[in-house]
Design a protein around this ligand. Sequence first.
Ligand code: ZN
Ligand code: ZN
Length: 207
Amino acid sequence: MVLSAQREPLELRDLPVPEPGPGQVLLRVLACGVCRTDLHVVDGELPRPKLPLVPGHQIVGESEDGRRLGVPWLGWTCGRCRYCVSGRENLCDEARFTGYDVDGGYAEYAVADERFCFPLPDGYPDVQAAPLLCAGLIGYRSLRLAGDAERLGLYGFGASAHIVAQMARSQGRRLFGFVRAGDEAARAFALELGCEWVGASGELPPE
Ligand SMILES: [Zn+2]
Ligand SMILES: [Zn+2]
């Protein structure tokens, strides 16, 4: 699926199988999740995508030698700047992003820099593994940074929060959800996934 111009629908097109460059791996795409960021790219809220572009950055693929690999949003970094050399390459000023600066996974084949691919353990079906590569990754990082707090506030109940909620509940934590005022669907979803209280972002929780 190709984005030719922002704010236009994606088009189904036949493309040549991409050629892996140095350090890249060719993947047959097994599944690719849809992220809110993909919508930001298509809608023009992220201003400078490569065009034409194959979006998609939650890719589960199989390499030519049979490994199942995951490809996230962060597709390449410079390796030299102060962020890269201090293990914070997610902040690299020259970073290139999958499905934005380089073609992503809404396709039968994709190439990716192997240094930024994750080996995926067996036991996760492709479709369940795909969202872990962005929503899950972001949520898990936030959960880790929250330390061992018993009570967690989840601000915005979208893709990330719905995964983090399941992890946090399994760890026995108590969850308080915050959604856009009037978003009853998100509110019901947050309650269903184990939040003990869900309110609007401007409200104070009971604790
Ligand atoms: Zn994403
Ligand atoms: Zn860098």
